[in-house]
Design a protein around this ligand. Structure first.
Ligand SMILES: Nc1ncnc2c1ncn2[C@@H]1O[C@H](COP(=O)(O)OP(=O)(O)OP(=O)(O)O)[C@@H](O)[C@H]1O
Length: 290
């Protein structure tokens, strides 16, 4: 399997530059998170990767083949999106058949089992389904289509907590049975953190993080203690934000701690999670008084 590379993608809508020179690579058989605040351009980017809309400039390539208008390449990338591309009277089974015609080798057996687990029937029409049920039909389709790169835009939109949990389990099962690349674009960062190997965060039209989740979280340190001691200890390191509670300051770092720094007895180190990292990175760093 070849890598999918996104090269210097810029997208403007009129005067608004939504994506500004975005580049990153998706490797085969990995689970990615594509994260960003509302309206940052995640759906736009996923639509560009799958040739549904055109970039202002830049290219998408699978190996050395350009994806633009290339059916060979596009038949290996699938996008599950919020947009309903099907006519109103389409049944779930018809949707599966269309995917089978376009991509081949649709896994009807697993799809039937999954639909049953989620309480749906393949004869049901999309137009008669609730928002959450439409999401279920779409991700069952996405999990069983024969493509190397499966892009999922808001894959748990409208799902209740039990169904979200079941979806994460089914995604992992599907990945283990047949490793391929998944890109999950979601706002439920806390829930997907365990699934993700790699994360791409977009902020203000740029890629601000492109890193393995484990590497990233190893650099996500909290430093708490008296403000002056915390500031002395964190001097020269990348501080995302500091919060003050009385005279105790907690500073959130995204950096390696070198051994030369002497940790005072009054200062404690800890870690924080991906959701907080996302919030602090995309809010701009500042000292807050809690
Ligand atoms: N066809 C269009 N014409 C003009 N502006 C557009 C168009 N499509 C998207 N935009 C704008 O581009 C920006 C990015 O939208 P996009 O839907 O890609 O964001 P997103 O990151 O997926 O957001 P969300 O997380 O809220 O779903 C928004 O400001 C949106 O208004």
């Amino acid at each position: 399997m070849e890598q999918l590379s996104i090269n210097h993608i810029t997208k403007r809508f009129g005067r608004q530059t939504v994506l500004d020179d975005i580049s990153f690579t998706l490797a085969p058989a990995k689970i990615y998170g594509l994260l960003g605040r509302n309206g940052v351009g995640k759906s736009t980017l996923l639509n560009i990767i799958t040739n549904r809309i055109f970039p202002t400039s830049g290219t998408v390539k699978l190996g050395d083949q350009d994806a633009n208008d290339n059916d060979d390449v596009l038949s290996r990338i699938f996008l599950m999106s919020e947009t309903n591309l099907y006519p109103k009277r389409t049944s779930i089974l018809r949707m599966f058949d269309l995917a089978n015609e376009a991509y081949g080798q649709f896994n009807y057996q697993t799809a039937a089992r999954q639909l049953k687990e989620f309480g749906l029937d393949e004869k049901q029409h999309l137009s008669n389904l609730s928002t959450g049920q439409q999401t279920i039909a779409k991700f069952v389709l996405a999990l069983n289509v024969d493509a190397d790169y499966i892009l999922m835009d808001e894959p748990v939109l409208g799902l209740d907590a039990a169904h979200r949990d079941l979806f994460y389990q089914e995604l992992l099962k599907s990945y283990q049975a047949k490793p391929r690349t998944f890109v999950l674009s979601t706002h439920l960062i806390e829930e997907v953190q365990q699934l993700l190997e790699h994360v791409i965060i977009i902020d203000q039209a740029k890629v601000v993080v492109d890193d393995d989740v484990q590497n990233l979280l190893e650099r996500a340190h909290t430093v708490s203690g008296p403000a002056d001691q915390v500031d002395k200890y964190t001097a020269g390191l990348r501080v995302l934000v500091s919060e003050d509670l009385g005279n105790i300051r907690t500073t959130y770092l995204l950096d390696d701690l070198d051994d030369q720094r002497v940790l005072p007895d009054t200062v404690e180190l800890g870690h924080y999670d991906l959701q907080h990292l996302f919030i602090y990175l995309t809010n701009g760093g500042e000292v807050k008084n809690a």
